[in-house]
Design a protein around this ligand. Structure first.
Ligand code: CDP
Length: 229
């Protein structure tokens, strides 16, 4: 099987929209691998921050990427861990402040280029579920199915709040809402690989949908596209 014939499903959308739930459901139903592209941006941003590199010094940030040994372990949300150069960075990576750092470095072309091949390397048989912002537009433009999940900023801040609270993280809803809005603005207006639906993506506005309803829509799309597993 050539590399390009390994199928990809792209799941793009803004912060807190529920890409994780859809991605995990797709993984279970397909048995395919996952690329959590946001985690790569978070890791690089945190590594730069910890190394004292100013985040706007994009060349230096990008240069760090090749030195990072990144391992994703665990199958479920509960037991997943991300090891960076042998250290467990999982909880620091989940922090909303890390998401903010990530969106700052993500505006630079040199940084995005440094992560591009690394993301494409996840494309291994039998297939890949890729979640992020530019999976369908830039990283895997030939994806067999492109989903673009959207929801109001209010709904996403509330979901993120529930998710972080469940994980025992103490966050204030109003702060979270402000952070989600700021990150949206940065992601949508950047000139390189902005957060936008691919022309051939299916957009699902989940503002007033429950998880099961969203998953039913996704299941129907798989069926309609003849993506049977
Ligand atoms: O989980 P959440 O959607 O909040 O964020 P994430 O997917 O972990 O991504 C964190 C940040 O990395 C985003 O706000 C983007 O600025 C950036 N990112 C990106 O630019 N391109 C991607 N493919 C994934 C993330």
């Amino acid at each position: 099987m050539t590399l390009l014939s390994v199928p990809v499903i792209a799941v793009d959308g803004p912060a807190g929209v529920g890409k994780g739930v859809v991605t995990r459901w797709l993984m279970t139903h397909t048995g395919w691998h996952r690329l959590d592209s946001g985690a790569l941006y978070r890791i690089l941003a945190l590594a730069a921050h910890r190394a004292g590199i100013p985040l706007d010094e994009s060349q230096r940030v990008a240069a760090l990427a090749s030195a990072l040994d990144i391992r994703f372990t665990g199958e479920t949300e509960a037991d997943e861990a991300i090891l960076v150069n042998g250290e467990n960075w999982t909880s620091a990576l989940r922090e909303e402040t890390t998401g903010d750092l990530a969106s700052r470095i993500a505006t630079a072309t040199v940084v995005r280029d440094a992560l591009l091949q690394r993301q494409r390397d996840f494309r291994t048989a039998p297939g890949l579920i890729a979640d992020g912002r530019d999976m369908g537009t830039v990283v895997f433009p030939d994806a067999v199915l492109k989903l673009f999940l959207d929801a109001s900023a209010e709904a996403r801040a509330e979901r993120r709040h529930r998710q972080l609270s469940r994980k025992g993280l103490d966050v204030n809803l109003a702060d979270l809402f402000a952070e989600v809005r700021a990150r949206d603005e940065r992601d949508r207006t950047r000139t390189v690989a902005p957060l936008v639906a691919a022309e051939d993506a299916v957009t699902i506005d989940t503002t007033v949908m429950g998880v099961q309803e969203v998953l039913q829509v996704v299941a129907a799309l798989l069926k309609a596209r003849n993506l049977k597993f």
